[in-house]
Write a protein that binds this ligand. Structure first.
Ligand code: ADE
Length: 220
């Protein structure tokens, strides 16, 4: 079985590694279903200071990610795998949702995604010419692409068959049909500080339970 591979181009590998070595993401790698690689953008920096950014033409605050380090880093990965696709987390990208995660998971077999994590105030627009997917995590601005990279990876990898324990749990849960919210769930004890579990769930009547769950699934 082919795995999904993510190569993350970042200046802050140490911010990403702990999460990817924990819980389900770690299990996915242990099971050979996913692989996470890192490329240090600094290694492709320019000059004695290995600089990766510069001031914007036309003036303005802040520094922009330069083309050369980014293209060289991406091309170093593509030299080994020309089919790898490039994802750029950016607040002006397409808003990421469960359907997109599902599409990525369904085509995960032998897929290789390079996630470029920009930092600083932005990037040179010409970088977009080497990008396949511009993805936004929402209408807010983060300091870099590392958190979006983790969210994209987590939401895709957990949908790959074999990553989660119960094969159906990824399907029945919240948002699995795009906008249907999960029904309320309860575990022991039956009575917690006077808050009791709906009795229908203890009835053993699977038809009635399914009906109750359908009725109590909220719409986003
Ligand atoms: N980089 C900074 N903010 C972002 C956002 N909201 N989504 C994706 N990438 C980002």
């Amino acid at each position: 079985m082919g795995m999904i591979k993510f190569t993350i181009i970042t200046l802050f590998q140490e911010a990403l590694e702990p999460y990817l070595k924990t819980s389900m993401m770690w299990k996915a790698t242990e099971k050979g279903l996913a692989e996470f690689d890192f490329v240090n953008l600094r290694n492709f920096g320019l000059g004695p200071h290995k600089s990766v950014d510069d001031t914007p033409y036309g003036g303005g605050d802040g520094m922009l990610l330069r083309c050369e380090p980014v293209f060289n880093a991406i091309e170093s990965v593509k030299a080994k795998d020309p089919d790898a696709k490039v994802i750029l987390p950016t607040p002006v990208g397409e808003i990421w949702d469960q359907k997109m995660a599902q599409n990525f998971a369904e085509t995960a077999e032998n897929a290789h995604y390079i996630i470029l994590c920009p930092h600083y105030e932005g990037y040179d627009e010409r970088i977009l010419s080497i990008v396949d997917y511009k993805i936004s995590l929402g209408k807010y601005v983060l300091t870099g692409g590392e958190l979006p990279a983790l969210i994209i990876i987590d939401s895709v990898v957990r949908l790959i068959p074999g990553v989660l324990g119960g094969e159906t749990s990824a399907q029945i849960e919240s948002f699995s049909d795009g906008d249907n919210l999960e029904y309320p769930q309860y575990t022991k004890p039956y009575d917690f500080r006077g808050m009791t579990v709906p009795d229908i769930l203890l009835s053993g009547n699977h038809g009635e339970i399914a009906k109750w769950r359908a009725e109590h699934s909220g719409k986003a």
